[in-house]
Design a protein around this ligand. Structure first.
Ligand code: ATP
Ligand code: MG
Length: 140
């Protein structure tokens, strides 16, 4: 199995509750390595680009409002099969449906304010990483 990189965001609901360290501990305990990380405020334009695939969805505006409502921590995670492994660690989008021992089960507040993002495929991971990091900011 190949070593992969995936893109993660610790969302505003989680930074507001000071959960960055607790989420990073779960990431590292799961065997994923944080090879880049920064705390930023994202602009509406950045959020609209990032979640562009959801532009026509009824929750799009709410999603952009939320993602720009406070600081986020953007991250690159590295490990074997990292994309699927991080999705598994995050749990279902709706925390009511998230499995035990997942980040969203532990911390998410609602389907919208669900604490973390993770890339869903190799092509999106590459695009998302490139939106927020230059190559020399990622140190594996
Ligand atoms: P993410 O892309 O953030 O990792 P996901 O892949 O689990 O989450 P998506 O279907 O891509 O889920 O939705 C993107 C984000 O949009 C969700 O994480 C959530 O914050 C928000 N969202 C999704 N569905 C709803 C909804 N029904 N109501 C409000 N917000 C929603
Ligand atoms: Mg998604």
């Amino acid at each position: 199995m190949a070593v992969e990189r995936t893109f993660s965001i610790i969302k505003p609901d989680a930074t507001a509750r000071n959960l960055g360290g607790a989420i990073n501990a779960m990431i590292e305990k799961a065997g994923l390595r944080i090879v880049a990380q920064k705390r930023v405020l994202i602009s509406r334009a950045q959020a609209e680009t990032f979640y562009g695939v959801h532009r026509e969805r009824p929750f799009f505006r709410e999603l952009v409002d939320f993602m720009t409502s406070g600081p986020v921590v953007v991250q690159v995670l590295e490990g074997e099969n990292a994309i699927v492994r991080y999705r598994d660690l995050m749990g279902a989008t709706d925390p009511a449906k998230a499995a035990a021992n997942t980040i969203r089960k532990a911390f998410a507040q609602s389907i919208g304010e669900n604490s973390v993002h993770g890339s869903d495929a190799a092509d999106t991971a590459q695009k998302e990483i490139a939106q927020f990091f230059s190559a020399n900011e990622i140190v594996g």
